[in-house]
Design a protein around this ligand. Structure first.
Ligand code: C2E
Ligand code: MG
Ligand code: MG
Length: 893
C-alpha cells in the first residue's frame, strides 16, 4: 500500500462502508487506507451474500503472495481449509449477533501453496447498502508459534540439562521452609513428592551427621550476610543411600511481601563426581605404590630388601595402614610373613596363615588367595560374613583388605596383603593395578633370584656346589688373618685327579661330571666342614687345613684322607673306576703370608708332584724331604716293633756318698738294620706323634721287668730300673692297669720305677695325681725327669706323689762356670730335700761336677763319668764289678 492513489478501487465496491473513496474526503480516506494497508494484521472484508472478498489490505496480499485483484477475485473458502457451507454457517452466526466477534485459529493457503497460520477476529457489519459484510482481522502467528516452539525447546533443553547435570532447584523462605521446587527435586532425591522435606529442620535431618556442623555454619553465614553460599554435604535419599550434594544458596530480590527473604536453592547430585574423585585419589595412591615398587625392583639386590621396601612404599606412599608380604612354604603348609610395614604389632601372633583349608587358620584370606590363585578382597571387613580377624582389624582402623597372590609361572609363591582404612577401597580398577603390582613383585623376586644365581655362579662350582677359586681364596684369606693373629699354621691342599682327561674322553663328559660329583660327595662325607673345600679348576679340588700342628701331621692326614677318598673305586657309567690324585701343599706362614701366594705355591707343588710322580709334595722342597724322611722313619719304626729291633740300654745311677750303684735308668735304642743304633731323641717324637709310643712304651716296661727278673734269677743284686714314661702313656685311661700288668709278673713285682718329664706332670694335674697315687700303691717310685726345663714351682710339685727329682743335664753342664746355675742347683737340692725328695744329677761328666754335687748334698748322680748307657750284657758286668766295689770308684779315689 505504498502508493494508495495507484490502487484502483473496484467500482462495484465503491459503496462499501469504510473503504469507499468519496470525493472531497480523499486525503482523509487516503490516510486511512495507508494505515490499513500498513496494519500488521491481514484485513479481509467479505460480502456475506456473495461469499467473496470485497476488500483486502496490502499486508494480506504480501503475506499470501497474491495481487490485490487476484485476491479480490477469490472467495474465503478458496484460501481457507473450510467449505463454503462451514464458513457461511460461521458468518451467519456472526450476523445473528453482530455485537459478538468470534475467533478462529487456522491457516491460509498462499498462492505458492504454502500455508500461513493465523489467529483471526471476525465480526459482522452491515454496509451502507444494507448488505452484511464480514470483517476479518487475521494475525500471522508464525513468529508466535516459532517463539513458543523455541521456548518449549529451551524448557525441554533445560529440563534435560537439569536431568543430565542432576540438578534441581527449590525456593525457600527465611526459615528454610520449602515454598516451591522444580518437578525433578523429588526425583533427584528418590522421594515421593509428598514426602519431600517441607521445613529447614526436616532437610537438616537428612544431612549426614558428620556434615551437620559445616552445613549449619555455611547456612547461618549465608543468612546473616544475605550472600550466596555453596555447601557440599551428604544427604540421605529416599532409598536410604547417601548422596553427595552441592547446594548453592542465593538470596532472591526483592524481599517477599511480608518483608521476609526468599532463597533460591540449586541442588546438584555430585555423588558420581565425588566417587570419581575418591577413586582417582585411591588409584593415585595405588599408582604411587606401583611406580615406587617398580623402582625398587630395579634397585633391590636381595629378596628381603625388596619385600621390606615394597611394604614400606605401600604404607608411606600408598597410605595403606598396613602391608605385608609372605612366602608360601609348602612343606610347612603355610604362608611365612617375610616383611611388613605399618600397624602390624602382634598381628602375626593370631593371623591365620595356613594354606590348607583343613588346617587351623586355613580359612583365612591368605590361605584362600593361595588356593584360589586370585585376589581375595573384603571391602568392609566389619560387615563381612567371612571369618576375619575383626577385632585385630578394628584395633588397627582397618576397613578393607586385599590379599593378592604373587604368582610365578603357574605357582603361587607368596602373597601381598594390603589393609586400607576406608570401606570399599578395592574396586575393580585398584585390583587390576594390584594384580599388576603383584606380578611386578613376583618378577622382581625372580630377577633377584636370577642375580643371586649369577652371584652363586660367581662363587660356586655349579656341578659340585663347592666354592670356586674366587670364594675359596676369599675364605682362605679370612682364615689366614685368623691364623696370623693366633700364631697358628694352616695349609692349602690342592688335589688334581690323575688321568681325568682320558676318563672324560673315553666315557664322555657326563661320566666325568659324575666322577667329580662323587668325589665332592665323598669329601663331604669326611665330616670336614664343606666350607673348607673348593673346586678351583675343572679337575682340581682344594682343601683348607686349619690348626696344623706339624708338617708330619699334615702328611699323615693327607695319607689317611687320600685312602678314605680314593681307596674304594667309583661307579661311573656302570663301570668301576679307580682314581688317584696328586696333591700339592702350601703351609702358612712358611710358604706365603696371604691366600694368593699360598694358592700359587700349592699349585707349584702340585705341578712338581705331577712331574715327579709323588703322591703329594710340600711347596718347600726340604720340607718334603724331611717329611718323606719322617714318614719312612715312621714306617720303619712300625716294623721295628714287629721285628723286635728295639733294645734297652741301662745307665747306672750312683750314690754320690758311697759311689755304689743306686739304680739304673732304662734308655731305649733302636737297632735299625739300615741306620744302625738310633738314639731315642730321633724316634721318640715320631712314636709320640703316631701313637706308636703306647705299644713301644709298654714293650719297654715289659723288657725292663723281664731283665730285672733275669738279673735276680742270675743271683745279682739287681738295681731298681727307672723306666721313662711318655706323657701320652700317662694320658691313657688304663695307664695304671698297664703298669700293673707289665710289672706284676708271677709272684714278686719287678723293681721298676718311673721317670716322667716335668712338663707333662703339669698338664691335667688332678687326673695325674690320682693315677700317680695308684702307681705308688703298686710300690713303684716316681721321679721327675729333666727338672728345671719346665716352669713348675717346687711348691707345686710338693702336691704330686713323687719321690725323686732329676736335675736336668743342662744345669750340671754349666754349673762350674755359671754361678747362677750353681745357685739354682744348690737351691733345687735344698728345697727338694725340705720336701723329702731324693735329688739325682743327670749328665755328670766330670769329677769336678761330682765334687760340687757332693758338696751341695745331691744324693745320686748319673752320667758318663760313671758309665754310658750299657747294653744289658755290659750292665751285668758293671753290676758284678759294682758288687766288688770297683765300678763307681772315682778314678781319683
Ligand atoms: P732322659 O730320660 O733324660 O735320659 C737321659 C739322657 O741323657 C739319655 O739320653 C742319656 O744317654 C743321656 N746321658 C746320660 N749321661 C750323660 C752324659 O754324661 N752326657 C751326655 N751328653 N748325655 C748323657 P738318651 O739315651 O739319648 O735318651 C734321651 C731321652 O729319651 C731320655 O732322656 C728320655 O727322655 C727318652 N727316653 C729314653 N728311653 C725312653 C723310653 O724307653 N721311653 C720313653 N718314653 N722315653 C725314653
Ligand atoms: Mg730319664
Ligand atoms: Mg733326663
Amino acid at each position: 500500500m505504498a502508493d494508495v492513489r495507484k490502487v484502483p478501487v473496484p467500482k462495484e465496491h465503491a459503496a462499501d462502508a469504510g473503504l469507499r473513496l468519496v470525493a472531497g474526503e480523499r486525503t482523509h480516506l487516503e490516510r486511512l487506507r495507508l494505515a490499513l494497508d500498513h496494519a500488521p494484521d491481514m484485513l479481509f472484508v467479505i460480502d456475506h451474500a456473495e461469499m467473496r472478498f470485497v476488500d483486502v489490505n496490502q499486508t494480506a496480499c504480501d503475506l499470501l503472495g497474491y495481487t490485490r485483484s487476484e485476491l479480490l477475485a477469490k472467495s474465503p473458502q478458496d484460501i481457507l481449509p473450510h467449505t463454503r457451507a462451514e464458513l457461511e454457517q460461521a458468518y451467519a452466526a456472526l450476523i445473528g449477533d453482530p455485537s459478538r466477534s468470534s475467533g478462529l485459529t487456522s491457516h491460509y493457503r498462499c498462492k505458492d501453496g504454502s500455508r500461513v497460520p493465523f489467529e483471526s477476529k471476525r465480526r459482522a457489519v452491515r454496509g451502507a447498502d444494507g448488505r452484511w459484510l464480514i470483517v476479518v482481522a487475521s494475525r500471522d502467528i508464525r513468529p508466535m508459534l516459532a517463539a513458543t516452539e523455541a521456548l518449549r525447546e529451551s524448557e525441554a533443553a533445560l529440563r534435560r540439562g537439569q536431568a543430565m547435570a542432576r540438578l534441581a532447584h527449590a525456593v525457600t523462605d527465611q526459615d528454610g521452609a520449602l515454598l516451591r521446587a522444580s518437578d525433578n527435586l523429588a526425583h533427584l532425591l528418590g522421594m515421593d513428592p509428598q514426602r519431600l522435606p517441607r521445613t529447614g529442620r526436616e532437610w537438616y535431618g537428612l544431612v549426614h551427621p558428620d556434615d551437620h556442623a559445616h552445613f549449619r555454619e555455611a547456612a547461618i553465614t549465608a543468612a546473616r550476610s544475605a550472600a550466596h553460599a555453596e555447601i557440599k554435604y551428604r544427604l540421605r535419599c529416599g532409598d536410604g543411600t547417601w548422596m553427595h550434594v552441592r547446594h548453592l544458596i542465593e538470596p532472591l530480590e526483592p524481599l517477599a511481601a511480608d518483608g521476609g527473604r526468599q532463597w533460591f536453592n540449586t541442588l546438584q547430585d555430585i555423588t558420581e563426581q565425588v566417587r570419581a574423585e575418591e577413586r582417582i585419589a585411591r588409584l593415585t595412591r595405588v599408582y604411587a605404590v606401583l611406580s615406587g615398587i617398580n623402582g625398587l625392583i630395579v634397585r633391590a639386590t636381595s629378596r628381603d630388601e625388596l619385600f621390606e621396601a615394597a611394604c614400606r612404599v605401600a604404607v608411606e606412599q600408598g597410605g595403606f595402614c598396613m602391608a605385608w608380604i609372605g612366602l608360601v612354604d609348602r612343606d610347612a603348609g603355610l604362608v611365612r610373613p617375610m616383611a611388613s610395614a605399618g600397624a602390624v604389632g602382634d598381628f602375626f601372633a593370631t593371623a591365620p596363615l595356613a594354606i590348607l583349608e583343613t588346617r587351623p587358620g586355613g580359612y583365612g584370606l591368605a590361605g584362600r588367595a593361595v588356593r584360589e590363585r586370585k585376589p581375595i578382597v573384603s571391602n568392609d571387613v566389619h560387615g563381612d560374613s567371612q571369618r576375619l580377624m575383626k577385632a585385630e582389624l578394628a584395633a588397627r582402623g582397618i576397613d578393607s583388605v586385599a590379599i593378592v597372590p604373587l604368582i610365578r609361572g603357574e605357582e603361587v609363591v607368596g602373597i601381598l596383603a594390603l589393609y586400607a582404612a576406608e570401606i570399599g577401597f578395592f574396586d575393580e580398577e585398584e585390583l587390576r593395578l594390584l594384580v599388576e603390582l603383584a606380578g611386578d613383585i613376583a618378577f622382581g623376586l625372580e630377577h633377584i633370584e636370577k642375580s643371586e644365581k649369577l652371584d652363586y655362579l660367581a662363587y660356586y662350582d655349579v656341578l659340585t656346589g663347592l666354592a670356586n677359586r674366587t670364594l675359596f681364596l676369599e675364605r682362605t684369606e679370612q682364615q689366614v688373618a685368623a691364623a696370623r693373629s693366633s700364631y697358628r699354621k694352616l695349609a692349602i691342599f690342592l688335589m688334581d685327579i690323575e688321568r681325568f682327561k682320558p676318563i672324560n674322553d673315553a666315557l664322555g663328559r657326563q661320566a666325568g661330571d659324575a666322577l667329580l660329583t662323587q668325589i665332592a660327595e665323598r669329601m663331604r662325607q669326611t665330616g670336614v666342614d664343606p666350607a673348607r673345600f673348593g673346586k678351583p679348576a675343572a679337575d682340581q679340588f682344594a682343601v683348607l687345613g686349619l690348626d696344623v700342628k706339624s708338617e708330619e701331621a699334615l702328611a699323615r692326614m693327607v695319607e689317611s684322607r687320600l685312602k678314605e677318598l680314593f681307596e674304594r673305586p667309583f661307579r661311573i657309567a656302570g663301570q668301576e673306576l679307580r682314581v688317584s690324585v696328586r696333591v700339592g701343599i702350601a703351609v702358612f706362614p712358611n710358604d706365603g703370608g696371604d691366600a694368593e701366594t699360598l694358592f700359587r705355591n700349592a699349585e707349584a707343588a702340585l705341578k712338581k708332584a705331577k712331574a715327579g710322580g709323588e703322591r703329594y709334595l710340600f711347596h718347600t722342597a726340604e720340607l718334603t724331604g724331611q717329611v718323606a724322611e719322617r714318614l719312612s722313619l715312621e714306617n720303619k719304626l712300625r716294623q721295628a716293633l714287629e721285628r723286635e729291633e728295639f733294645v734297652l740300654h741301662y745307665q747306672p745311677k750312683i750314690d754320690l756318698e758311697t759311689r755304689r750303684i743306686a739304680g739304673v735308668e732304662a734308655l731305649i735304642r733302636w737297632q735299625s738294620p739300615e741306620l744302625g743304633l738310633v738314639a731315642p731323641g730321633r724316634f721318640i717324637p715320631v712314636l709320640e706323634e703316631t701313637g706308636l709310643i703306647q705299644p713301644v712304651g709298654h714293650w719297654a716296661l715289659l723288657r725292663a721287668s723281664s731283665d730285672y727278673r733275669a738279673w735276680v734269677s742270675q743271683g745279682l743284686s739287681a738295681p731298681r730300673i727307672a723306666v721313662n714314661v711318655s706323657p701320652l702313656q700317662l694320658r691313657q685311661r688304663d695307664f695304671v692297669q698297664r703298669i700293673d700288668e707289665a710289672t706284676a709278673g708271677n709272684g714278686r713285682r719287678a723293681g721298676i720305677d718311673l721317670e716322667i718329664t716335668e712338663s707333662l706332670m703339669m698338664a691335667n694335674v688332678a687326673d695325674n695325681i690320682d693315677k700317680l697315687n695308684a702307681v705308688r700303691r703298686l710300690g713303684i717310685n716316681i721321679a721327675i725327669d729333666d727338672f728345671g726345663t719346665g716352669y713348675s714351682s717346687l711348691g707345686y710339685l710338693a702336691r704330686l706323689p713323687v719321690q725323686s727329682l732329676k736335675i736336668d743335664r743342662s744345669f750340671i753342664e754349666t754349673m762350674h762356670f755359671d754361678s747362677s746355675a750353681m745357685t739354682l742347683v744348690s737351691t733345687i737340692i735344698s728345697l727338694a730335700h725340705s720336701m723329702r725328695l731324693k735329688v739325682i744329677a743327670e749328665g755328670v761328666e766330670t769329677e769336678d761336677q761330682a765334687k760340687y754335687l757332693r758338696l751341695l748334698r745331691c744324693d745320686e748322680m748319673q752320667g758318663y763319668l760313671i758309665s754310658r748307657p750299657l747294653a744289658p750284657a755290659a750292665l751285668v758286668d758293671f753290676l758284678r764289678r759294682d758288687a766288688t766295689g770297683e765300678a763307681g770308684a772315682s778314678p781319683s779315689g
